[in-house]
Design a protein. Structure first.
Length: 85
């Protein structure tokens, strides 16, 4: 038998009780992912001068597309890196 600390939740408490809420969260995650991919692919359509003005390059966008999560972090770090140059 495992003892849990005061602040820990049991596995039973962490599972959702309503399967429709779980489905709703999954649909929201899919929509968010689709919107992120759409925004990144629209950035790929910009010309090099506009991308340079934004502080990113095409390779930064492609790297962000390959990240399942954290694409904003990839682009932010690229902008910070390019601003120092």
């Amino acid at each position: 038998m495992a003892l849990s600390l005061f602040g820990e939740r049991s596995v039973a408490a962490a599972t959702p009780r309503n399967p429709l809420a779980l489905l709703g969260r999954w649909i929201a995650a899919v929509r968010t992912s689709r919107a992120r991919r759409r925004a990144l692919t629209s950035l790929l359509e910009l010309d090099e001068a506009r991308l340079r003005d934004l502080g990113i390059s095409r390779s930064d966008i492609i790297e962000a597309l390959q990240q399942p999560r954290g694409s904003g972090l990839v682009l932010s770090s690229a902008r910070a890196r390019n601003s120092r140059l």
